[in-house]
Structure formats: C-alpha cells, structure tokens
Design a protein around this ligand. Sequence first.
Ligand code: FAD
Ligand code: NAG
Ligand code: NAG
Length: 529
Amino acid sequence: MLRNNSIWTLGSALILGAVLGWGSASCNVRKNPPEFLFPKSSTTKLQDLKAPKYGDAEKAIEEIAKLLGKNKISRTKDSLDHHSDAYFSSDHPTEDQRPVAVIYPETTEEVSLIMKICHKYRVAVVPFSGGTSLEGNFIPTRKGICVDLKKMDKVLELHQEDLDVSVQAALGWQKLAQYLNDYNLLFGPDPGPGACIGGMASTSCSGPNAARWGTMKENVISLTVVLADGTIIKTKKRPRKSAAGYNLNGLFIGSEGTLGIITEATLKLNVKPKVENVAVVSFPNISAAGSAVAGFIQEGVQLDAMELLDDKMIHYVNVSGKTSMKYDEAPTLMLKFGGLSEEAVQSQIKSVQAICQRNKNTDFKFAKSEKEKAELWNARKVALLATIDYGKKYIDKDIQVWATDVAVPISKLCDCLQETKDEMVKVGLAGAIVGHVGDGNYHAMILFKKEDREKTAKVVQHMIDRALAVDGTVTGEHGVGWGKKPYLLEEVTPDVIDLMRKIKMALDPYRLLNPDKVFAIDPNDDSTI
Ligand SMILES: Cc1cc2nc3c(=O)[nH]c(=O)nc-3n(C[C@H](O)[C@H](O)[C@H](O)COP(=O)(O)OP(=O)(O)OC[C@H]3O[C@@H](n4cnc5c(N)ncnc54)[C@H](O)[C@@H]3O)c2cc1C
Ligand SMILES: *[C@@H]1O[C@H](CO)[C@@H](O)[C@H](O)[C@H]1NC(C)=O
Ligand SMILES: *[C@@H]1O[C@H](CO)[C@@H](O)[C@H](O)[C@H]1NC(C)=O
C-alpha cells in the first residue's frame, strides 16, 4: 500500500517534472527529486518558499455559478465590504483588499465543489462565519473569493443522553443556547454576539464561561472539514474521548481558516447547574480584584464564571443605558456561582466572600431576580459596544477602537492588570480593561483618534511585552489573524512558525486558504512576518 503510494507520488512528480520541463532527463528526477517538491527538512522557512501564484478568480466564479447557481453568489459592494472588515476590528483592510465575490454554499458537498474549482484555478479562499473576529482574521489579501457559510446554520442531531450535539458551521452560539435551553443543557464557549461555531472553532474562542466549561479546544468532539483540494474529512466519531491517531481536531481548532473549511461539528454539552447565583463585587483598585481572582483559583473554589470590568468599563456600561441597573464605578468582579444544591452554592459563596474581604472589597451585591441575573451578564456582553458608543458620543464621532487580549499565569494577573491600566492613564488614552480573568485572560479596549494609532500601538505592544515577560501568551482567545503576526513571532521561536508553515504547505501547497494569516507565506512580502 505504502509502496504503491510512494511510487504513485514519484510518478506524479515525474509527470509534473516533464510538464514543467525540469532537467533534461527524467531519470535524474527519479534519483534526485527536487528539494522544493520533496524537502528533507522538518520545518519550512519562509525564504525557502517561492512566492505563491494565484489564478483567475473570474473563471472559477463562472464555473461555480454554473454548478451552484448564480443566486448563491453575491458581488454587491456592500457584501464585498462586509466580508472584508468590521468597525470593531483592530485591523482594517486597504481599499482594494476585497474579495471578488462572496459565495453562499448550502452543503458540505457544495463547499467541496467550490474548493475543487478554486484549487483548479488557484484562487484564494477566505472562509467566513459570523464575521465578529477582532484581529483582521478574514481580511482578503489576495483578491480571491469569500465562502460565507451563513446558509449552513442548522442543528443536525441532538444526543441528549450522550450530552452531545452535531451542528452546521454557521449555527450561532446564541441560537444553540436557545435550542439547548429546552433540554436543560448548555454549550460552554460564548464569544462575541453573532459568532458561529465554524468561526469559533477556527479562532479557538472562549468567553466568560470558559473558566468553568473550557474553551473551544476542550469542547469539540469531531469536525467535518473540506480541505484545500476539496477533499472532505471527518476527524472522529462520537465518543467523548479517542486515542485513534493524530489529534486532528486540535490541528483545525485555532487554524483560522488556513488549513480547511469547517462545515460541521459535534460538540460536548453540559447539564445546566440546578442552582445559580450571581454577585457583583467592587474593589478599591484593579490589582485587588485580580488578587481576589488568584485567591479563588489557588484555593480551589470552582466558580461558573468570573469577569472583571474596570471602573471605566462600569462607567461606559452605566452611561450606555443598555442596562437598567447602575453599578458602582469601581473595579468590579461579576461572579457566577452554580451547583447541584443550595448548600453547595452557599458554601462556595462563603469561601468567595472570605477571599474578597481579604482583598478589601468595598461592596458585594447579589442579583435579586432571574431578570437581574440575565441583565448582569448582558452588561458584560455589551462591554465592547458600550465602549464604542461612549467613544463616539463623548470623545470623537470617528473614534477608533483597538480591542486586544493577552493571557498570563494567574499569579501574575494582578500586576499585569495594574501596569496596563496605569499606562493607559499615563499616556492619556481612554478605554477600559475587562477580562475573563478566571483564565488569566484580559482585554484592553482602547479608544483612540485616528492620529493616535501609533501611541495606541505602543500601549498594546507594552501589554504584550508584559504578558510575555511573565510567560504569558499574546492572545488568549482572539487569535493571531492579520494583526498579531509580529507578536506571535515574539512568543514562539522561528522554528515553531516554520513548523506551522510546514503543516500549511503540506495541507495547502498552493496557499489558497485564508492566505497571509497567522504567519507569512510569501517570501516577497516584506510587510509581513
Ligand atoms: C462584542 C464582541 C465580543 C467578543 N467577545 C469575545 C469573547 O468573549 N471571547 C472570544 O474568544 N472572542 C470574542 N470576540 C471575538 C469573536 O467573537 C470570536 O473570535 C469568534 O470566535 C469569531 O467567530 P465568527 O463566527 O464571528 O468568525 P469569523 O469572524 O467569521 O471568522 C474568524 C476566523 O475564522 C475563519 N473561519 C470562519 N468560519 C470558518 C469555517 N467555517 N471554517 C474555517 N475557518 C473559518 C475566518 O476566515 C477567520 O479567520 C468578541 C467579538 C465581539 C465583536
Ligand atoms: C489596592 O488596594 C489594596 C487593598 O486596599 C491595597 O493594599 C493596595 O496597596 C492597592 N494597590 C494599589 C496599586 O493602589
Ligand atoms: C451612572 O450613570 C448615571 C447616568 O446614566 C449617573 O447619573 C450616575 O452618577 C452614574 N454612576 C453611578 C455610580 O450610578
């Protein structure tokens, strides 16, 4: 089997060699296959690659239109713009970075057809689900097409007794939550409003619930993926664990659309806690709040969620009018307690109160009703939008926002938070700090006028330097996308990037899928790493 395969591969190399006219004698190729076709190294350096070449997107679109129908293709300016950028993203495309067309497939087979055609014509493809990612993750750098999975938004199969569900890639997490509510089940990851399973898996997202239920990496059982040449694979069957071969879920989760297009996923579910309570705790400063969080974790108190909002964030939420409650404008922890019984929850609350007191909390309020509980979490969910609204209304109508995230080991959290906050105040930039602090993950949402972009970039760079200095990561959940490529190189050694590039080249040798994201793929492009 193996032998046949290798002969076949060499055979294809020979044919390819003859077509491309390498060397004079094909037997030379047989003895010495060219290094770029059969490299001997375990990693791929950027300078060892040739520049990618992309073909005629129009030809591909014409063929796709014939097979799928014209009504699944959109070329309006609005649609091309919408699939290139979002106001709240930290990075934006240039004016000509637009896809040539947006295609809306309805089945995995249609996605496969699209990829086969794009593979034939060598057209770049950017997958798109909810469009809520924040690091320029879907900027179309190569005039290719965008594959929007929007029409693939169904729940396929619920296995209530096994606690798993199979869904299509563009099902939104909020719709899934609504659906699961009737069964008293929940799915953990809860990122930006509007995000969908395919994009969530691709960015390895998380959210407030991750400290308790895990990130996307811990919650996927299997994925159906269309590869760059149109091959359809399903990574696993349905048990909660499997040691059968490579962890391909892990390969695709967090790959940001650069290795394949996810069309379906089977996800782990959890039973909703029987008893739930929510509290809001204020602290004298952000480092005291961070220190309380470290206390919960170090003492093994298992909360269902713990979110940090600094005084500015509370102010923005407060003036936004998006919540009926007004909060103390101080660094605040929003805590969610959950368990099987009232006693279990009360015992959690007791431990938490003691830790908060040690950190000199100034207030400790419980939500009084179901409505108040929901509203509290909503306050956290609208944080970014409340920040933007505030900036537009009170600072500048053209205000920009840079939302960036890092994660650090929990014992380092309070210093990092305090220093980042101090720096923002010192350089005079408005904005807020929020965080899914149970995972040592926090975000700065910096408001800036266009002319202050460089100043803002410095604050972001320092936040990243600070995280790296304490063995943290340059992104806990938003991914690398376009904007964080240089920072990724600061976190890992060049060999790590070269290994990722090797994987990319193995799966997608024409570099069609979401080109130029996560790391550079073009040796001629000196603007990228
Ligand atoms: C208000 C707000 C709050 C947010 N809060 C959080 C948070 O708490 N936690 C968090 O982690 N993130 C958060 N985010 C960021 C964002 O919601 C997440 O990154 C989310 O996972 C993106 O999902 P999406 O469906 O919008 O993906 P998209 O933006 O559509 O795509 C993201 C990336 O995945 C690729 N992709 C999309 N679909 C597929 C597919 N089917 N197959 C392969 N690749 C694909 C795209 O090419 C792109 O590179 C927030 C964003 C906003 C605007
Ligand atoms: C934050 O508050 C705590 C508790 O009151 C105090 O001990 C600490 O010195 C304060 N830190 C800063 C940076 O102000
Ligand atoms: C909250 O916002 C309101 C205006 O909406 C303001 O009157 C109030 O002082 C703010 N702060 C607090 C602590 O309520």
